[in-house]
Structure formats: structure tokens, C-alpha cells
Design a protein around this ligand. Structure first.
Ligand code: NAD
Length: 286
């Protein structure tokens, strides 16, 4: 197996803490443990240099193994994991972080995210303070959140004086999140899109397939390109090597302004995932 150890072809953005994140990464939600090693290996071979996992996904061990076995220098791969809902709270966050790092087999994490706000538990501010402590110990590069609405972001900023570096939210053509993206832009928060292909549901959209035909690209490539040109960090998932490669091959073409506008007009504020204001799964175990 060969891995090109070189400056990645992937463009990156600078976060509000000065750290650098690749604009295209590889997500491993619902990738079974047994398939994770091969999928991450295929992604690293294709040229991805950012992997997005979570405690919930149950595959941190295999993600870490594939990264270590690639032989790539640690600082060439950007690793994200997420704190699960039942672990929110200051001390429990410190323990959960240790457990994640043990499974990953890494001594440094690039980005740690609070997976969901779980407002009902009222622990996300304390959780963020624990993230700050871990970062000050040099164990994490950047700290951020996921599925946070504007109100949650305002509370973290107001109570900790720090603006999260990243908010990873559901975002695809049917849920373009214009207001949240504008808030992020105003506050220097990077928008990271999960479910960037609508978990596959956007790929058959006639407007997307029409543009794909016009420019001789695939629907997945058109949508990933739309994310990149909007300025989103994007982390599509697949376990099929050909699709992993296809989703990476998005740096040699551009959508026109008109095509961008046509895709953005598909927004119907329709989610494929849960509503972050009411999502409390995991809380029962907290
Ligand atoms: P996605 O939008 O990336 O869609 C993945 C699905 O699209 C695949 O399972 C496959 O069916 C299809 N697909 C992918 N590439 C394709 C191609 N080239 N051709 C045809 N079909 C293709 O959905 P996702 O996995 O939910 O989101 C991406 C990543 O975001 C996840 O793996 C995970 O890392 C992250 N995520 C985070 C949260 C969160 O709460 N923070 C929630 C869900 C996902």
C-alpha cells in the first residue's frame, strides 16, 4: 500500500484559533467496526487527510489503527472525534476524552466536538470548559461543537468568553442553513457540513442530476463542490473505494455562480436527522 506523504492537495481553512483544517474530510458514521479500517485506509490512499469519527460510532479504535498503520506523519492527518451526550459535564468529559484517546491510540487530538447540545441536561457550558482545560494541557488542538443552534452558541460565547472553532451541523442542498452560516461567518466559526449528501437522499434530485450531466460530473461531486464553494468544511462518507475516490476528485472543476444559486435555491429547510433542540438520546444513561 502506498500513501503519498506530502502536502495534501486539499485546500484548507484557518480556524479562529489559528489551526488549519482541510476543507474536505472523510466521515465514518455507521461504518461498521469491521469495515472501518479498510474504509479509512482507502480514504488516506485517495488523499484525504481528515477523518471524522465519534464515540457514538463505535469505531474510534479502527480509525486510530488505520491512521497509525498508514505510516503518515501524525501531523499530516487531522483527526476529529466527538463527546457523546451521556458524557457531558466537566469531570465526565475529562474521563470520556481519556477513553477516546485510549481507543484511538493517539496522544493528541486535532478537534474535539460536543456531539449535541442536549439543552435539557444543561451541561454543555461545563463540557466546553473541560474542553478548554484539555486544550491547555496540550492534548487537543481545537475545540468545537456540533448541532448547536444560534442560542447554544451565544450561551457558550457569553459564558466562557470563547467562540467555538467549529460547528458541525446537518447541511445539504435541502437544508442549506443560511441563517446559521451567516451567524458563523459573523463570529468566525467554521461551518462543517454533516450529511453533506443528505445521507444519499440528495443524489437523485433532478436539478442536481441535470447539472451533473451538463458538466460531466457525478451528483455527489456536484454537491461536494457546492459545499466547498460555499466555504463549508465537508466530510462525505462512503465505504466503497470507487466512491471514496470519486468524492475526493472535486478540485479540478468549478460550479458557475448560476449553478451555485440554482443548488442553493433547493433549500426547503428539510432535515434528514434529528432536530437539535429536542434531541436527548443518551441522556437516559447520563
Ligand atoms: P452523507 O451525506 O455523507 O451520505 C453518505 C451516504 O451517501 C453513503 O452511505 C452512501 O449511501 C451515499 N454516497 C456517498 N458517496 C456517494 C457517491 N459518490 N455516489 C453515490 N452514493 C454515495 O451522510 P453521513 O455519513 O451521515 O455524513 C457524513 C459524515 O458526517 C458522517 O460519516 C459523520 O462523520 C458525520 N456526521 C455527523 C453527525 C453529527 O451529529 N455531528 C451526524 C451524522 C453524520
Amino acid at each position: 500500500m502506498t500513501f503519498r506523504s506530502e502536502t495534501s492537495q486539499v485546500p484548507s481553512i484557518i480556524l479562529n484559533d489559528g489551526k488549519v483544517i482541510p476543507k474536505l474530510g472523510f466521515g465514518v458514521y455507521l461504518v461498521p467496526e469491521a469495515e472501518t479500517h479498510d474504509a479509512v485506509t482507502a480514504a488516506l490512499q485517495a488523499g484525504y487527510r481528515s477523518i471524522d469519527t465519534a464515540t457514538l460510532y463505535g469505531n474510534e479504535t479502527e480509525v486510530g489503527q488505520a491512521i497509525r498503520e498508514s505510516g503518515l506523519p501524525r501531523d499530516e492527518v487531522f483527526v476529529t472525534t466527538k463527546l457523546w451526550n451521556s458524557d457531558q459535564g466537566y469531570d465526565s468529559t475529562l474521563r470520556a476524552f481519556d477513553a477516546s484517546m485510549e481507543r484511538l491510540g493517539l496522544d493528541y487530538l486535532d478537534l474535539y466536538l460536543i456531539h449535541w447540545p442536549v439543552e435539557q441536561a444543561d451541561r454543555y457550558v461545563d463540557t466546553f470548559r473541560a474542553f478548554q482545560a484539555l486544550r491547555s494541557q496540550g492534548r487537543i488542538g481545537s475545540i468545537g461543537v456540533s448541532n448547536f443552534q444560534r442560542s447554544h452558541l451565544e450561551r457558550v460565547i457569553g459564558e466562557t468568553g470563547e467562540t467555538p472553532a467549529v460547528n458541525q451541523v446537518e447541511l445539504h442542498p435541502s437544508l442549506a442553513q443560511p441563517e446559521l452560516r451567516a451567524f458563523h461567518a459573523e463570529h468566525g466559526i467554521a461551518t462543517e457540513a454533516w450529511g453533506p449528501l443528505g445521507q444519499g437522499s440528495e443524489l437523485k434530485d433532478p436539478t442536481i442530476t441535470q447539472i451533473a450531466r451538463e458538466i460531466d460530473r457525478t451528483p455527489a461531486q456536484v454537491i461536494i463542490r457546492w459545499h466547498l464553494q460555499l466555504g463549508n468544511v465537508v466530510i462525505p462518507k462512503s465505504v466503497k473505494p470507487a466512491r471514496i475516490q470519486e468524492n475526493f476528485d472535486v478540485f479540478s472543476f468549478e460550479l458557475t455562480l448560476e449553478q451555485m444559486q440554482i443548488i442553493s435555491a433547493l433549500d426547503t429547510a428539510t432535515r434528514v436527522g434529528p432536530d437539535p433542540d429536542v434531541f436527548t438520546v443518551g441522556l437516559e444513561n447520563a
